[in-house]
Each structure stands twice: as structure tokens, then as C-alpha cells.
Write a protein that binds this ligand. Structure first.
Ligand code: FE2
Ligand code: FE2
Length: 168
């Protein structure tokens, strides 16, 4: 990762990298190179799942432990983010399946590609909505609620595992 911010807003950089990976997938798609498009979608999925794992196994439990102790808990409960992750994963498999089927049929027609891009549009909106919610609420709230020591340790682990998985 190019920058080290030392706040949970650093996780936005992973969102940006994921957006870039998805665009690379779509570049393969509109060029009609379906095996490239699928390979790039697999890579996107692998890194997206890692990012969600970081949030679900590290950030959200620490966030919720502190949030639930507040008289007026800020933002949204952790389960909202986990449910959104589940929805994102479901929608991703709804994109992937038709793409695999299209590849098996041979050369796609322009209309096949337009249909795929339309399908992917909903997925991008869902992911963007989730990422903006984390940027506006979860990450800033976590910066306030989670101790600096814990934050630095978590970010260090996320950074290391992300770099390993990305360069793999
Ligand atoms: Fe998330
Ligand atoms: Fe995220």
C-alpha cells in the first residue's frame, strides 16, 4: 500500500484498490476477453474476501465491544456491516455464474457483454454504498472508540496480509 495513515481511514485505500481491480475486470469484459475478465474477477473476489475478513474478525468485534458500552452508541451496530458483506458476496456470485456460462458458450456477442455490464452495475452500486457507509461512520467511529495500541496492531496486520495477498 502506498500510504500509511495510521487511522482506520487507511482501509479506504483497500476500497480504492478493489475498485481498480473491478475496473480492470470490466476492461477485459468489454474487450470480449472473458478468460482475462474472469481471472481478474477471481483476484478481486480473493482480495475483497480478505478485506471483509479483516473487518469481521478484527475491526467489527473491537468496535462493537466498545460501542455497546456507550450510553448513546454511535453509528450502526456491527451486524449491519456483516449483513451487507453477505449481500455483497451473494451479488458477486450472481455476476460470476453468468460470466462462467458465457465463457463456456464461446465468443460473446456485443449484447451479451452489454447484459453483463448491466448486471454488474447493481453490484458496483451496492459495494459503493457499503464503502461510503464505512468511510462516513464505521472507520471514524472506530478511530474514536478503539485504543491506539489496538488500532496500530490491527492496521499493521491488515497491511501485511493485504500486501502479501495482492502481490501473490
Ligand atoms: Fe466492509
Ligand atoms: Fe471495507
Amino acid at each position: 500500500m502506498a500510504q500509511q495513515l495510521d487511522t482506520f481511514l487507511e482501509l479506504d485505500l483497500m476500497h480504492s484498490e478493489l475498485d481498480e481491480m473491478f475496473l480492470r475486470h470490466q476492461e477485459g469484459l468489454i474487450a470480449g476477453r472473458l478468460s482475462d475478465a474472469l481471472q481478474r474477477l477471481d483476484r478481486f473476489e480473493r482480495l475483497l474476501l480478505l478485506h471483509m475478513r479483516h473487518e469481521e474478525q478484527q475491526l467489527l468485534p473491537a468496535f462493537e465491544a466498545q460501542r455497546s458500552q456507550q450510553d448513546e452508541p454511535p453509528g450502526l451496530p456491527a451486524e449491519v456491516y456483516v449483513l451487507e458483506h453477505k449481500k455483497i458476496c451473494e451479488r458477486l456470485s450472481e455476476i460470476k455464474q453468468p460470466l462462467v456460462e458465457l465463457q463456456e458458450q464461446g465468443q460473446p456477442s456485443p449484447r451479451d457483454l452489454i447484459a453483463m455490464l448491466d448486471l454488474e452495475c447493481g453490484f458496483k452500486q451496492l459495494l459503493d454504498h457499503h464503502n461510503r457507509r464505512e468511510h462516513n461512520l464505521l472507520y471514524p467511529d472506530s478511530d474514536k472508540l478503539i485504543s491506539e495500541d489496538k488500532r496500530m496492531a490491527m492496521l499493521e496486520q491488515c497491511r501485511t496480509e493485504w500486501a502479501e495477498a495482492r502481490d501473490h
